[in-house]
Write a protein that binds this ligand. Structure first.
Ligand SMILES: [Mn+2]
Length: 387
């Protein structure tokens, strides 16, 4: 049995005001070709299918195209869960109908998660257990359980009902969207909570033959080798320029441990950073790997450079960002620049503002109150149209 584990497609994503749908279509068509050539038995998408709750129509069309070819033309079952960017209800639109075509979409939390069974030609039967991303408040309400307060509680509540069914001749694969503590984060992820309370321990997922995770955009193992993030489909921030984006090809026999191979898909444009003085950059010789890529230039000049964009654009037609490294350090620390502001949490920024105005830091009670307000606002924001 061989299946593809992928996650964090973020269809409809804007990257520095560029629509990435064409890039996403290029890579996903590569996925379809690869899945066909290598005879995969299933494709698993572990959340953040779309970039936002109400995605642009061309992103919806793209999902329709890709899933349609996989399920109807190639007869490859697709198992998909909602991530923290997806709207649970909208992702599940037509899911009853889709299931009959081999597309299994789980957007909402359920008291009794049901497996998707896939039997491969080699006789291996794999049960995929799809769990949608759900925050503790929603899970408490939907499952009618007052004892759910953390993300770990959310998983425990669902896993408790799954565990008795595990084993018994089939292989079990969990599909989930979560932040496992100790794993590496990237700039393009939206934190699940303020203050890092969203993390769960990898040990929660013991008992499965493979755990297909989404949320973190860098591919990595989480704790034990068979709990893994496939990473995002594409690079969605310049801090990911050194990542190797891929999908995971997972092989499971009737008894052997999961074997994972990272398969890189074709990309339309790479994402690269160029750092140096303006003079050095414009006199440099830049190969196609830069000319064809989305570029961020980081200028190291201590003197101001007047309108650098025109010159730089003639070298890098797809330049999306210019930053000045020295400006950031010389103003009054990295906090003072807009680039610095973007990478810091609302919590940090507000605490600092409060300290500046009041002259004293936030008390514990005030901090707790603030965390609750920010959490509530962000949850509301997930259901609203955003850009
Ligand atoms: Mn994501």
């Amino acid at each position: 049995m061989r299946f593809v584990h992928t996650a964090d497609w973020h269809l409809g994503r804007l990257f520095h005001n560029i629509h990435l749908t064409d890039d996403q279509r290029f890579t996903l068509r590569g996925l379809v070709t690869m899945a066909d050539e290598r005879n995969v038995d299933a494709v698993v998408v572990a959340g953040d299918v779309f970039d936002r709750a109400i995605p642009p129509t061309d992103a919806v069309d793209l999902l329709d195209e890709i899933v349609g070819v996989l399920a109807l033309d190639l007869k490859i079952p697709v198992v998909m869960v909602a991530g923290n960017h997806d709207s649970p209800a909208r992702l599940e639109f037509f899911s009853g109908l889709a299931r009959r075509a081999g597309v299994h979409v789980v957007g909402r939390v359920g008291a009794r998660p049901q497996p998707v069974e896939v039997a491969a030609a080699d006789g291996t039967c794999v049960r995929f257990w799809p769990l949608a991303y759900t925050d503790p408040e929603t899970a408490r309400f939907e499952l009618g359980r007052d004892d759910i307060h953390s993300f770990e509680d959310v998983f425990r509540a669902q896993l408790d009902s799954i565990r008795p069914a595990l084993g018994g001749g089939a292989r079990d694969v969990l599909v989930a969207h979560a932040f496992v503590s100790g794993c590496r984060e990237s700039d393009s992820e939206r934190p699940l909570t303020v203050g890092g309370a969203g993390a769960v321990a990898a040990s929660l997922f013991e008992g499965f033959d493979y755990v297909a995770l989404g949320h973190l955009h860098e591919r990595q193992a989480a704790g034990a080798g068979s709990v893994r993030y496939a990473g995002s489909l594409l690079k969605y921030s310049f801090d990911e320029e050194a990542h190797h984006k891929s999908v995971s090809m997972v092989e499971l026999g009737p008894t052997s441990p999961a074997k994972v191979e990272e398969v890189r898909l074709p990309i339309r444009r790479d994402v690269r950073r160029v750092r140096g003085s303006f003079a050095d950059i414009v006199s440099g010789r830049w190969g196609r790997e830069f000319v064809d890529a989305y570029i961020e230039v980081v200028l190291t000049d201590s003197e101001p450079v007047l309108s650098p964009l025109d010159r730089l654009r003639s070298l890098f037609p797809y330049i999306l960002s210019i930053r000045r490294e020295t400006a950031e350090v010389s103003v009054s620390g990295p906090e003072a620049t807009s680039a610095g502001l973007k990478t810091r949490s609302v919590m940090d920024l507000f605490s600092e503002f409060f300290q500046d105005v009041k002259g004293v830091p936030l008390s514990e009670t005030q901090t707790a109150e603030l965390v609750a307000v920010i959490d509530q606002t962000e949850r509301a924001g997930r259901e609203a149209v955003s850009t």
